[in-house]
Design a protein around this ligand. Structure first.
Ligand code: EPU
Length: 302
């Protein structure tokens, strides 16, 4: 979708929005899949309610994107524009055991920076790609920890009420790859309360997690991490592997040879290819094991 109305473009500029016209979401998503649309980068996060008001008043549908690491976007010209928070400088401020982090901050860099200030706890998240905002919304986790454990406070734009709110950690429920945020809420910033730990000890934990990840996941390839959530008491990756589906392809969308719950874009896969592969694998697992696998990846159909 393209915004052409000059008045709307001028108003967006006044609100601190940098517009990239006709942007390809293949450049934003880690899967390297997605159509084209206008990309609105918000340099002033506080202006979100006004930007939304402007878009709504002009009948322009929109969606929020974080780092694009867990996202499968439809092909071709997309029927909505996409908003993304620009990264402020600095994006992490540390005082005592509290790290105040902007939602646009890179998760891995945040974990490392906190480590340098002798704040640990998040070692397992080191290889999880994407932004802190995205990690928060999904309650990202790995190697026994999840980000929700450390959330003291979240600043969020509430899509329903169209206001910015500050929520305390205990007002939010964090479950396995799920939170109580609404789909149209946009994370703006978070205060994380982290345990003190010597840098060397944290580094050791980070190294161990990195090694485990390198040994079991296709890190160099375009993927959205795990495609399916693990059903209670079962492993999606193990079931797909046991069915002999590693290497199964639709076009260039392919079940990874390294980890069967990672589906990679091995070339020029389209969303259509990837969705067909997801549907095929889901059906096979359902038939063989009786589990209806739920997507972990967020899908934006057009
Ligand atoms: N397994 C196989 N074949 C495979 C993949 C896995 O047999 O192709 C087996 C493994 O040997 C292991 C079991 O399945 O016994 C579980 O595998 P793994 O330890 O790799 O963990 P996972 O449950 O597949 C989860 C998260 C990952 C996270 C890792 C490490 C989900 C859906 N996945 O994977 O998160 O990195 O644990 O903590 O919860 C993500 O969220 O995108 C993601 C990659």
């Amino acid at each position: 979708m393209r915004i052409e109305d000059k008045k709307v473009l001028a108003a967006l500029r006044d609100l601190g929005v940098e517009l990239k016209s006709d942007a390809s979401l293949t450049d934003i998503t880690y899967l390297g899949i997605g159509g084209t649309t206008d990309l609105l980068r918000l340099t002033r996060h506080e202006s979100i309610p006004e930007v939304v008001k402007l878009l709504e008043a002009n009948g322009i549908p929109f969606k929020f994107v974080g780092g694009g690491s867990n996202l499968l976007v439809a092909d071709n010209v997309l029927p909505w524009v996409v908003m993304q928070l620009a990264q402020p400088d600095p994006d992490v401020v540390i005082e005592g055991n509290i790290a105040s982090v902007d939602a646009a901050a890179d998760l891995g860099k945040t974990v490392t920076l906190c480590a340098k200030h002798d704040l640990g706890g998040m070692e397992g998240l080191i290889g999880v790609p994407g932004t802190v905002g995205g990690a928060l919304r999904m309650n990202a986790g790995a190697y026994g920890i999840q980000i929700g454990n450390y959330v003291r406070e979240v600043k969020v734009y509430r899509g329903g009420a169209r206001i910015i709110e500050i929520l305390k950690g205990d007002q939010i429920s964090f479950e396995y790859r799920h939170t109580s945020f609404a789909p149209d809420d946009m994370m703006l910033a978070v205060k994380l309360e982290l345990p003190s730990k010597p840098f060397r000890e944290i580094l050791q934990g980070i190294r161990i997690c990195n090694e485990k990840r390198r040994a079991s996941q296709p890190l160099g390839q375009k993927s959205a991490g795990c495609i399916f959530k693990n059903p209670p008491g079962a492993s999606a990756g193990r079931m797909i592997d046991e069915l002999g589906l590693k290497g199964l392809s639709v076009g260039d969308a392919r079940v990874s040879d390294r980890h069967a719950n990672f589906f990679v874009n091995a070339g020029k896969a389209s969303a259509k290819d990837m969705l067909a592969l997801i549907a095929d694998v889901r059906e096979r697992v359902q038939k063989a094991y009786g589990f209806e696998l739920e997507n972990e990846v967020v899908v934006w159909n057009a």
